[in-house]
Write a protein that binds this ligand. Structure first.
Ligand code: GUN
Length: 297
């Protein structure tokens, strides 16, 4: 079966180029431009890489990125103080605190401290709740990116059975919440499986669309996928590889080489969902900026 590669690089470039034009036009008409605060605590190498990628995307399209780095030894109070300051800074339209935070930080408390109006990650319970209720709120970037990727390739999930493997607050739960909404790009029938689910293999094998988001390298194998299904791989895992120049390589949660033979469409890793997450973060930041302009536009 020929399998379509859902190219997140191409789609994210198209999203970013649209945003870039929009930012330029708004700068001309209002004299103002958007700002994103990027907060990194500690020096987790993967987090550092993601933060750098987000800053690069900002630079590329005309969002001012403001860098805040705290050592892993910083106190939770210092981080709270920084977030309160950013909440009140009119030049900042989005606040991104890269997760996971080092041990000792109460992640939930930090997420809830970010003003929902600047929560461009879409992690604040107010935004999570608004999205669940189908009213306007920032959508979590990875699930939002998955929907945009499917939309770009005209993959309609309406009435289809989407099986999501993984129940995280960042991907599984918010993705299910978006897919079950009424309207274009949604209207799906959704099953979430997790570590306690029985017969995960049978569930995924019945799905029209499988989304793997559990953080287990190459978990989803060919037998777990119905011929012709669409497969979305949200995993980004480092696995040791003595032949690679830095000693590791990146693989997803899907056994790409095998599943590709079975599926009708698949996202690669890297270059699938990852770039879409960043593009949607930029989109949310521009959205927040536009709201802040209010009557100025
Ligand atoms: N850690 C893993 N994914 C994300 C994300 O989308 N945003 C933030 N802030 N942290 C993450």
């Amino acid at each position: 079966m020929s399998c379509k590669i859902l190219d997140g690089k191409v789609v994210s470039e198209s999203v970013l180029s649209g945003l870039c034009s929009e930012i330029r036009a708004l700068l001309l008409s209002t004299g103002r431009d958007p700002g994103l605060a990027v907060v990194l605590v500690g020096d987790n190498p993967a987090s550092k890489f993601y933060v750098e990628s987000k800053k690069k995307a900002c630079q590329k399209i005309g969002i001012n990125s403001y860098d805040y780095r705290l050592p892993a030894t910083a106190s939770e109070g210092e981080l709270c103080e920084l977030i309160r300051h950013l909440n009140n800074d009119p030049e900042i339209h989005g606040i991104l605190v890269q997760l996971p935070l080092p041990n000792g930080f109460d992640e939930q408390k930090i997420v809830e401290l970010i003003s929902p109006e600047k929560d461009v990650d879409g992690f604040h319970p107010v935004n999570v709740g608004r999205v669940l209720q189908g009213i306007s709120g920032f959508k979590s970037c990875t699930p939002y990116g998955v929907l945009e990727l499917l939309r770009y390739y005209d993959i309609d999930v309406a009435g289809k059975h989407v099986v999501i493997v993984g129940r995280s607050n960042i991907v599984g739960k918010p993705l299910a919440s978006l897919l079950i909404q009424r309207g274009p790009g949604a209207d799906a029938t959704v099953t979430i499986c997790h570590s306690k689910s029985e017969n995960v293999r049978e569930l995924t094998a019945r799905a029209d669309v499988v989304v793997a988001a559990i953080g287990v390298p190459e978990f989803l194998t060919a037998e777990m996928v119905k011929p012709g299904a669409v497969v979305v791989d949200v995993g980004i895992n480092r696995v040791d590889d003595p032949n690679a120049k830095n000693g590791y390589r990146i693989v997803g949660d899907v056994n790409y080489a095998m599943v590709k033979k079975n599926a009708s469409a698949i996202t690669p890793v890297p270059g699938g969902v990852g770039p879409m997450t960043i593009a949607m973060l930029m989109k949310n930041t521009v959205e927040s900026f536009k709201k802040s302009l209010g009557g100025l536009q």
